[in-house]
Design a protein around this ligand. Structure first.
Ligand SMILES: Nc1ncnc2c1ncn2[C@@H]1O[C@H](COP(=O)(O)OP(=O)(O)O)[C@@H](O)[C@H]1O
Ligand SMILES: [Mg+2]
Length: 471
């Protein structure tokens, strides 16, 4: 969408929210954070856990907002906006944001795809956005905007003229997907993976499968559901499908509706042939990792589910790159190749990262791992279980955090590189251990702050020739 396209008029804003707005504003975009605000945006003052957007009303207008939506009378008065023609006054800004989303969705004539899953939502959503571009204008969630504000914000930003809308849908707790799915009303539903993420809040893998399946439950009878082949909780997914909605599984099994054959994964990327009910295509990805090949099969499967031949999508996917912290490679000082997976971690994504690193030729493979969060009572067992793949691939492992201690202790002595409580402390253990030609995987939940470890490793190696060997 060009910046001059009008996304919302005064009339539509009032009709959608039931709010009052005096000025004949023209809104080009929707924003909830002044740091990302663009000229002509509607700024919505949401109340979050740690901040209240009402404090930023004045700043938003100064930064070029064409309109501000607010409900707090005191804050509106303090900002001197009581009679401002650019004020859209509503009863509750969160509910009004949802109303904007529903309004846009109800007028949208294009096709809507929703992506949920334990891991791989953002990557699959981005792959689908890339792959769909040759078929028409695509509107997709920004970053991981997948929660109670991210989903309605994605819908409130949906341009009428787009051909496709792709929304990511996330959850940490039971019951979170259904209300989001009801707002999105997708034609196509994708579950990227079912695995042990957020197990602490969810209790069991069946509970996770059941929760994801609520996305499928809102599909229309003309809709299609997609998931990887033979996922855990498959029976629960099938149970949730409305009458007439098929479930297309993507994988290498003969019975898969979206079938991958000749899958070859190297450090440079993956190749396979894909057979779908709407045509076959060769797929060549220049981003490595079998997990990315699986996500690509789902994204291209979704294109087939839209009734389109996936060939043009496969061509577009060739140059796909994952977002920051999800598998980028770069060189650290000392000729060490970093596989940067510092964005987040769960059991399945660590296993995927280990598989990817194992494809990369190296003198030695090393991993620096920080805690996986939100596993509750399952934390120790889930962390210890990683000893299997790390041992299988002979990875010298450095750990930080209290849960990773369980993994560290479960490793054979020869693979115990070092343990520290924090990522910064781990950096000082790890750095002297790195050797020319090593490949290093860095991964942990966002809260384990593995980015700080990378920042420390990125500092130039000191050149003092007399450094003590035991430093
Ligand atoms: N299909 C998959 N299986 C396992 N891990 C995956 C898969 N897809 C992506 N990942 C990894 O999981 C992590 C999170 O990926 P992302 O796409 O951001 O997932 P989400 O949006 O569900 O949090 C990254 O490390 C990524 O490389
Ligand atoms: Mg995400």
């Amino acid at each position: 969408m060009s910046d001059t396209t009008i996304l919302w008029t005064r009339k539509d804003l009032q009709a959608a929210t039931g709010g009052q707005l005096a000025g004949d504003v023209k809104v080009h975009g929707v924003c909830i954070d002044t740091r990302t605000l663009k000229t002509g945006d509607l700024f919505i003052a949401l109340i979050g856990h740690n901040s209240d957007g009402h404090r930023y009303l004045g700043q938003a207008l100064e930064a070029g907002a064409s309109c501000v939506m607010a409900h707090d009378e005191a804050a509106i008065s303090t900002a001197g906006l009581t009679d401002d023609p650019r004020l859209l006054k509503v009863d509750d800004t969160m509910q009004a944001l949802e109303a904007l989303g529903r309004h846009r969705r109800s007028r949208f004539g294009g096709r809507v795809i929703a992506v949920t899953g334990s891991v791989g939502k953002t990557t699959t959503k981005n792959m689908l956005a890339t792959a769909l571009a040759p078929y028409g204008q695509v509107h997709a969630s920004v970053a991981s905007f997948n929660n109670h504000w991210g989903v309605p914000l994605t819908l409130a930003r949906l341009p009428e003229e787009a051909a496709f809308c792709i929304s990511e849908v996330g959850m940490n707790h039971p019951g979170e997907i259904a209300p989001l799915a009801a707002q999105i009303r997708p034609d196509i539903g994708i579950i990227s993976t079912i695995g042990n993420a957020h197990l602490g809040h969810m209790g069991s893998i069946d509970a996770i499968a059941k929760e994801k399946a609520t996305l499928f439950a809102v599909l229309p009878s003309s809709g299609i559901a997609l998931c990887p082949e033979a996922p855990q909780g498959l029976a629960l997914l099938n149970e949730a499908l409305p009458e007439g909605v098929p479930l297309w599984q993507a994988g290498t099994a003969d019975s898969s509706a979206i079938r991958m054959t000749g899958l070859a994964c190297t450090a440079e990327g993956s190749r396979f042939h894909l057979t779908t009910p709407r045509g076959d295509t060769d797929v060549e990805l220049t981003a490595p990792g079998p997990h990315l090949a699986r996500n690509a099969a789902l994204a291209l499967g979704a294109i087939a589910a839209l009734g389109l031949d996936p060939k043009a999508g496969a061509e577009a996917l060739c140059h796909f790159r994952p977002e920051a912290g999800r598998g980028q490679q770069r060189l650290l000082p000392g000729n060490v190749t970093l596989l940067d997976e510092s964005y987040n971690a769960s059991g399945p994504s660590i296993c995927a990262a280990i598989e990817t690193m194992a494809l990369m030729p190296a003198r030695r493979h090393l991993a620096a791992l920080g805690d996986i969060r939100e596993l509750g009572q399952f934390a120790d067992a889930e962390h210890r279980a990683l000893a299997g793949p790390l041992t299988e691939h002979d990875i010298l492992t450095f750990c930080c955090g209290s849960h990773m201690k369980s993994l560290y202790e479960a490793l054979p002595r020869s693979l115990q590189g070092g343990y520290a409580e924090t990522s910064a402390q781990l950096a000082s253990l790890l750095r002297p251990a790195l050797q020319d030609g090593d490949v290093l995987l860095v991964k942990g939940s966002l809260g384990s702050n593995m980015r700080a470890l990378i920042a420390l490793l990125e500092q130039p190696v000191p050149t003092t020739p007399h450094a003590p060997e035991s430093a």
